[in-house]
Design a binder for this molecule. Sequence first.
Ligand SMILES: *[C@@H]1O[C@H](CO)[C@@H](O)[C@H](O)[C@H]1NC(C)=O
Ligand SMILES: *[C@@H]1O[C@H](CO)[C@@H](O)[C@H](O)[C@H]1NC(C)=O
Ligand SMILES: *[C@@H]1O[C@H](CO)[C@@H](O)[C@H](O)[C@H]1NC(C)=O
Ligand SMILES: *[C@@H]1O[C@H](CO)[C@@H](O)[C@H](O)[C@H]1NC(C)=O
Ligand SMILES: *[C@@H]1O[C@H](CO)[C@@H](O)[C@H](O)[C@H]1NC(C)=O
Length: 176
Amino acid sequence: MSNSISPPKLIFCGFLVFFFCSFASITPTAATDHIVGANKGWNPGVNYTVWANNHTFYVNDLISFRYVKTQYNVFEVNQSGYDNCTTEGALGNWSSGKDFILLNKAKMYFFICGNGQCYNGMKVSVVVHPLPPPPSAAAAAHTPSSNSAVPVFLHKGLVGLKVLVVAVVSIWLGWL
Ligand SMILES: *[C@@H]1O[C@H](CO)[C@@H](O)[C@H](O)[C@H]1NC(C)=O
Ligand SMILES: *[C@@H]1O[C@H](CO)[C@@H](O)[C@H](O)[C@H]1NC(C)=O
Ligand SMILES: *[C@@H]1O[C@H](CO)[C@@H](O)[C@H](O)[C@H]1NC(C)=O
Ligand SMILES: *[C@@H]1O[C@H](CO)[C@@H](O)[C@H](O)[C@H]1NC(C)=O
Ligand SMILES: *[C@@H]1O[C@H](CO)[C@@H](O)[C@H](O)[C@H]1NC(C)=O
């Protein structure tokens, strides 16, 4: 038994691992590519409101459109363009058949198909949120407030707590 680790040390090592694992899960994740319509792609007759409601978009995520490029295209428009299926004054247009669009602003984006298929459902609007909040605050991110101060504060608080826990546990382990 002389070379075995003492039970208190084992408990604290387990405690340390547990804390690292729980904090790792709340760190901001990498940008996501949201494939419009998932395996249905960008086609007529799909309800993209249902698709968008099942996704949460953050700044620097990508939205990607996959379609037959000889048939369809993508225009970024404003709310009037989205409501009326018009591309006048469009903010951008894409037609490669596999378009990746960076959502680099926290705002509402509107995309439509510019060849008339907008009337057959080829339109999608997405709300892009400012910051990836920790999962416990995910519900709060759906409120109309666009104030990012709370998630930033929480995140900084948790980083501080992690440093404190590591410091305390290291000192404790050193004394055993
Ligand atoms: C798409 O689904 C939403 C939510 O269920 C519904 O409100 C909307 O009317 C639907 N749109 C079409 C064009 O069916
Ligand atoms: C919502 O998205 C998840 C994963 O992104 C998927 O597994 C699920 O089938 C989707 N649900 C609907 C109703 O589209
Ligand atoms: C388009 O829809 C908007 C509502 O979003 C409406 O106010 C506007 O009059 C419509 N027509 C045009 C040509 O923009
Ligand atoms: C959308 O853009 C059109 C054309 O540039 C403009 O006339 C319209 O006022 C804009 N609508 C909104 C809601 O910004
Ligand atoms: C598409 O975008 C390009 C710039 O990227 C612009 O020159 C062109 O006029 C746009 N086309 C339409 C149909 O709006």
